[in-house]
Design a protein around this ligand. Structure first.
Ligand code: NDP
Length: 297
């Protein structure tokens, strides 16, 4: 039976660390870090994610506001808003909740955010630094997974890591973080065009599933003793739940836990880590602001 990697407990440790950092920061006479969250449209899941993020921020002493606009908000209006937030010295981090309504070009919006305030780590400047192994904002989900591994005492060094999924926000940055010098995994990235996926996943000492398909990774696809990280969040119908559905991962948890060495649950695995890493990035953004100021003097 696999050891359970408890994302809730590890995220609580990260939050406590950020809280201590924020307390030291304000005790040194700085104003608290400030995060501007932009929510456009009426997607209930996005609204719920945003509520969670701002609640976490408040808990650790980070100030935040959610700027909410209905789905008629235009791309130009959003770009103007971002320009204002970029120019506002009172704003440390900017988070535009994705997905955006169809009439808004997400890439344009991501490019518009000042890289110094890019707490989601999606700007090409942040991704470029990540690939080059330079310090900067790292996308919260893969950074959270690295933190989970570290705090669970799991070293990727010399391990074969197989990442299933090549999205810009999870799969690609995940593969790059595992590949960093000092982390030293040997990395394989798989996707929907990979032939014979099970033969790849069975080679994984560390298997990261970021696919978006419920129970896709079955026990026969997993090497005995492997570390299995389940990024997926999928709704499956469940009449016994008040909402009529429940959330499951990309991994067939019950079967795979019998075979794996370590496993993350869904919910309570990668999700809470993602939220916690945003707080860390916001604290980093506040430090950036001070450095920029010192540099411009
Ligand atoms: P995307 O849809 O952007 O990417 C999915 C990836 O899975 C693609 O690269 C796709 O391949 C690959 N894929 C799809 N079907 C198959 C298949 N049959 N065999 C092999 N590969 C396949 O999703 P995201 O990366 O944004 O998210 C993945 C999952 O993680 C989702 O469930 C999402 O909700 C969840 N998520 C969870 C977060 C958390 O905090 N826990 C944060 C972000 C996402 P191809 O490129 O060829 O299409």
């Amino acid at each position: 039976m696999a050891h359970l990697i408890d994302g809730n407990a590890i995220a609580a440790q990260v939050r406590a660390d950020v809280q201590a950092e924020v307390a030291a920061w304000t005790a040194a006479g700085h104003r608290p870090p400030y995060l501007a969250v932009v929510l456009v449209g009426d997607d209930p899941a996005s609204a719920s994610y945003v509520r969670g993020k701002t609640r976490d921020a408040a808990e650790v002493g980070i100030l935040s506001d959610t700027l909410t606009y209905d789905a008629r908000f235009s791309e130009t209006e959003l770009l103007d808003l971002i320009a204002d937030l970029n120019a506002d010295d009172g704003v440390d981090g900017i988070l535009v909740q994705l997905p955006l309504p169809d009439h808004i070009d997400e890439q344009k919006v991501i490019y518009a955010i000042d890289p110094a305030k890019d707490v989601d780590g999606f700007h090409p400047a942040s991704i470029g630094k990540l690939v080059l192994g330079q310090p900067g904002f790292q996308p919260a989900t893969p950074a959270g997974i690295m933190e989970m591994l570290r705090r669970s005492g799991i070293s990727p060094r010399g391990q074969h890591a197989v990442v299933v999924g090549r999205s810009n926000i999870v799969g690609k940055p995940m593969a790059n973080l595992l590949l960093q010098k000092g982390v030293d995994a040997t990395v394989t990235v798989c996707h929907s065009r990979t032939p014979d996926l099970p033969s790849m996943t069975r080679q994984a000492d560390i298997l990261v599933a970021a696919i978006g398909r419920a129970h896709f990774i079955t026990a026969d696809m997993v090497k005995p003793g492997a570390v299995v990280i389940d990024v997926g969040i999928n709704r499956v119908e469940d009449a016994t739940r008040p909402r009529g559905y429940r959330l499951v991962g990309d991994v067939d948890f019950e079967a795979v836990r019998e075979k794996a060495g370590w496993i993350t649950p869904v919910p309570g695995g990668v999700g809470p880590m993602t939220r916690a890493m945003l707080l860390r990035n916001t604290m980093l953004a506040a430090r950036n602001r001070l450095e920029r100021r010192a540099g411009s003097r």
